[in-house]
Design a protein around this ligand. Sequence first.
Ligand SMILES: CC(C)(COP(=O)(O)OP(=O)(O)OC[C@H]1O[C@@H](n2cnc3c(N)ncnc32)[C@H](O)[C@@H]1OP(=O)(O)O)[C@@H](O)C(=O)NCCC(=O)NCCS
Length: 162
Amino acid sequence: MKWTISSVKPPYGVAALRAIHAIQEAGWTQAQLQSSLMGASARVRVAVDSDSDLIEGANAMAPDILGFVLARRIADSLEIDLVAVTPSKRRLGIGRSLLSRLIEAESRSGLGEARLELASSNDPARALYQGLGFVVVGKRKRYYPDGDDALLLSRRNVSEIP
Ligand SMILES: CC(C)(COP(=O)(O)OP(=O)(O)OC[C@H]1O[C@@H](n2cnc3c(N)ncnc32)[C@H](O)[C@@H]1OP(=O)(O)O)[C@@H](O)C(=O)NCCC(=O)NCCS
């Protein structure tokens, strides 16, 4: 399977927003997603099936979005808010390429740290981030409604991705 990592900028087409909403598993509403995507600090990448075209802008066609990452750039930090890959396309390397391409791009403008919060029971995501050089730097006990702890992961000096 081949995919292309694309940078998406507002305005987002309804179809692209729906696709991202359907893939995410974090319970965000479409309105929450839309407002995060629109902020000046938003950094978004989508993985698109190489056989389909992603047309940006308000008239975007329904793109074959396989996964996405949504982050915010705050000074020299990158806060990674969401990353998800459609279930049937997992374990192909899409999540890793989404994150590494985003971090590489942000590193060109003086990125000092990339960080995120993650449920401690989310083993796939933990393995993904650890493979990219992230380390656990903190924990918030019973942070999530189901009682799970949140782990704080960070990668400093992010100019080189393993
Ligand atoms: C986490 C997630 C984004 C990973 O995406 P993915 O495209 O399947 O990940 P990749 O194929 O790029 O995997 C990269 C590495 O991560 C680790 N990994 C990914 N999925 C894993 C799993 N199910 N079990 C163990 N390790 C896993 C492996 O080290 C893998 O490398 P390898 O395949 O060479 O062994 C995907 O499982 C997902 O969408 N989960 C639901 C949403 C979510 O939990 N997001 C994170 C919190 S916002």
